[in-house]
Design a protein around this ligand. Structure first.
Ligand SMILES: NC(=O)c1ccc[n+]([C@@H]2O[C@H](COP(=O)([O-])OP(=O)(O)OC[C@H]3O[C@@H](n4cnc5c(N)ncnc54)[C@H](O)[C@@H]3O)[C@@H](O)[C@H]2O)c1
Length: 245
């Protein structure tokens, strides 16, 4: 297979072994990269592609994030690519949102991005090369009801990556995001299975269908590659046109 993206031998940490993280990890492995996947859930890690190295760690703490970066760098002999694909969502109106809900979504979705990005950024800036790709969301832009903390975490993420991108641009480190629309994974399945919900969301998407995890792999691998050397600070909406309407 030709390695047009130049991902062969790249040292990759994917944070998150869920639907999107596991699909991306498999695509990186398929492209010849060496991959560590970090997640708090042992069941998710157990079902990963066998070419991928699993790392069980809670990424809701500074110690957990620092440990994940250090362990991945030790296992791989350095770190070229960080992919952030952890996330949680609890859909409730703002008036019913508890402090605990707020804290959990901001910590897992946004603070872990800051902590992992910072720890990986130290290695990448020192090495003079790095690619960071984060999973934002169409919720970073649209005001979906019942998405207060989730939308705030993704809007914050969009701005965080822009500042990281600017600070590290002269050091060969790019920072970008992919922003999916609805993709059926453990994060969304329960909601999509409610009566009429899947049909309603599908009707809002100009492409006429929900996304798949496979829709994310091309855009994410491109942003993680040497081919994207002059692309930084972008949020690439991978949403079948959802944010156009
Ligand atoms: N699925 C979608 O429709 C969709 C749409 C837009 C954005 N996203 C974003 O894409 C990313 C991946 O989502 P997904 O659909 O694969 O979800 P998922 O639920 O399948 O996977 C999320 C993973 O994060 C892990 N995780 C949660 N808390 C953690 C913690 N404290 N430490 C370590 N790991 C933890 C979970 O164990 C799970 O494996 C998330 O950031 C999500 O917000 C998803």
């Amino acid at each position: 297979m030709s390695d047009w993206l130049g991902l062969g031998g790249q040292r990759v940490l994917v944070a998150g072994a869920g639907g999107i993280g596991s699909a991306l990890a498999e695509a990186f492995a398929e492209a010849g990269a060496r991959v560590v996947v970090a997640d708090v859930n042992p069941a998710g890690l157990a079902s990963l592609d066998p070419r991928v190295h699993p790392l069980e760690v809670d990424l809701s703490t500074t110690a957990g994030c620092d440990h994940a970066i250090a362990r991945a760098a030790a296992e791989l002999g350095g770190l070229d690519v960080l992919v952030h694909a952890v996330g949680v969502n609890h859909r409730v109106p703002i008036l019913d949102t508890s402090d605990a809900d707020w804290d959990r979504m901001i910590t897992v979705n946004l603070t872990s991005a800051f902590r992992l990005g910072r720890a990986a950024g130290k290695l990448m800036v020192a090495a003079g090369y790095g690619r960071q790709v984060y999973c934002s969301s169409v919720s970073s832009l649209l005001a979906h009801p019942d998405h207060g903390p989730y939308a705030a975490s993704k809007g914050g993420l969009n701005q965080l990556i822009r500042v990281m991108a600017r600070e590290w641009a002269a050091d060969g480190v790019t920072v970008n995001a992919v922003a999916p629309g609805y993709v059926e994974t453990d994060l969304t399945r329960g909601h999509l299975d409610k009566p009429g919900v899947r049909e309603h969301y599908t009707s809002l998407i100009p492409a006429g269908r929900l996304g798949t995890t496979g829709d994310l792999t091309g855009p994410a691998l491109f942003l993680a590659s040497r081919q994207a050397a002059f692309v930084t600070g972008h949020v690439l909406y991978v949403d079948g046109g959802r944010t156009l309407v």
